[in-house]
Design a protein around this ligand. Sequence first.
Ligand code: G3H
Ligand code: 13P
Ligand code: ZN
Length: 345
Amino acid sequence: MAFISLRQLLDHAAEFNYGVPAFNINNLEQIQAIMEAAEKTRSPVILQASAGARKYAGEPYLRHMVLAAVETHPHIPVVLHQDHGASPAVCTQSIRSGFTSVMMDGSLREDAKTPASYDYNVDVTHKVCEIAHAIGVSVEGELGCLGSLESGQAGEEDGVGAEGVLTHDMMLTDPAQAKDFVARTGVDALAIAIGTSHGAYKFTREPSGDILDIDRIAAIHEAVPNTHLVMHGSSSVPQEWLAIIREHGGDLRETFGVPVEEIQRGIRSGVRKVNIDTDIRLAMTGAMRRSFAKDPSEFDPRKALIAAKNAARDLCAQRFEAFGCSGHADRIKPVPLELMVKRYH
Ligand code: G3H
Ligand code: 13P
Ligand code: ZN
C-alpha cells in the first residue's frame, strides 16, 4: 500500500521545485480518472474529500474506493486528504477513516460560512496538530478567507466559503501574521488567500495582479519557508469546456479561472499544493452532455460516464505535467506514518 503523508510528499515537492495538484473526489469515475492520469504521467497523487463528498458517497464507499485505487496502482504514492475540515471533530473522524492528512479550516467558524477570529483559528488548528501529529498525520491550516477581490464575495456555491461581503484585508493573507500562525500552530501546510475563490465564477475578466495577487506568495513564502503553501480555488475554468457545455444545452455565463501560467508562477514562488475541483466537474459535465447529445438513442449510462472519465483523466494529466509533478512517483520511497511522528517530537 502506497499511502503517504502530505508532509512527506510536499517536502519532496519543495526539494525538487514542483507543485502537486490536489484533486477533489466524490465518485468512482473521478478516482479512476485521477489515478489513470497519475499512472500515465508517473505522478504522486493527492486525493482530497470534502464533507460534501462524504455526504454524497458515504464514508465507507469513499474509503473502499480509495483502497481500491491504491490496490490497482500500487506504485503510485497516494495522500488521502480531508478538504476543509470545519472542526477538530471532523478532522478526528477523518483520521479514524484512514486519512493521511487533514485540513483544519479555522478561517471560518464551524458553520463553514462565518469568518472566525484569529485566536479561534489558532486555537482549533493547534488542537488538530496535536492530535494528528501524534500519529504522523499531516495538517493544513488556512489563514485569510477565500474570496473575490472584484466583488468581495466568497463564491460559496459549493457550500464552503464565507457568507456576505468581505474586506480586502480579510481576503489577503498577511505574511507577518502567517509567521505567527505557523509558530503557534505547527501546521505542515498553509492555505493562503490571494484572490482565488471556489467554483466556476472566479473572475469576470482574465485576472490581472489587482484581482489575483500572485506576487504576495513570495512574501508569504519568505516569512514561512518551511511550511508548504496551498492555493485553493485554483481551477482554470477552461474556455473550451465552457463552450462545449453551452453548445449542448448548458447555461453558464461568461467567467474566467486561474490561468495555468499564473499557477506555475505561484509554484516558482513556493506553492506546493494546488486545489482543483471545478475543472474536473466542468470537463465531466461537458463530456456527458456531448455524449448524450451525440447519440440520443443510447440508454447505457456507462457510455457517458466513460466519456466523462476520459475527459477528467486528460485534464488531470495536463495539470500533472504543467505543475512539474510528472515522473516523481518513482522517486518517492513511502515513509510509514509511525516514522513521520518522529519529525514532530
Ligand atoms: O472546497 C470546495 C470543494 O470544491 C468541495 O466542494 O463541498 O461541493 O464537495 P463540495
Ligand atoms: P476550485 O473550485 O477552483 O476547483 O477549487 C477547489 C478547492 O479549492 C477545493 O478545496
Ligand atoms: Zn478549497
